[in-house]
Ligand binder design. Structure first.
Ligand SMILES: [Zn+2]
Length: 123
């Protein structure tokens, strides 16, 4: 996939989106974002999550139990020694986070997303 990198991204955003970095837990102001709206890719503006699926996981990263259809593609990485499901923006290829199987109903999934990769747009 061709990655289109927005030149206005910060160094941290570039590191996470295109070099598989991770932000420090508890640092994203989106952790406390509870308003109605949508979450978009910081690189390409693709709409990724609806605020209805956001929940407080206690992990320190913005967490969602589901993503919008066609938002992401997934792959498996072994960066920390065991297999994890990594997901990236279907439009630009930017890495956003990992999917875990300890989320709430109805999906049981937890999309653990780096906050700096997201832009919140209030409804
Ligand atoms: Zn994107």
């Amino acid at each position: 996939m061709v990655k289109k990198i927005n030149k206005d991204l910060t160094a941290e955003q570039k590191l996470i989106l295109f070099d598989d970095g991770t932000e420090s837990p508890g640092t994203s102001e989106l952790n406390n974002e509870k308003r109605e709206g949508s979450y978009h890719c910081a690189n390409c503006d693709q709409k990724l999550f609806d605020s209805k699926t956001k929940y407080e996981s206690g992990s320190g990263w913005p967490s969602f139990y589901d993503a919008l259809p066609d938002a992401f593609e997934t792959s498996t990485d072994f960066l920390i020694g065991y297999a994890r499901t990594e997901y990236h923006c279907k439009n630009c290829g930017g890495h956003h986070g990992h999917i875990f199987e300890d989320g709430p109903k109805p999906t049981g999934k937890r999309y653990c997303n780096n906050g700096v990769c997201l832009v919140f747009k209030k409804k």
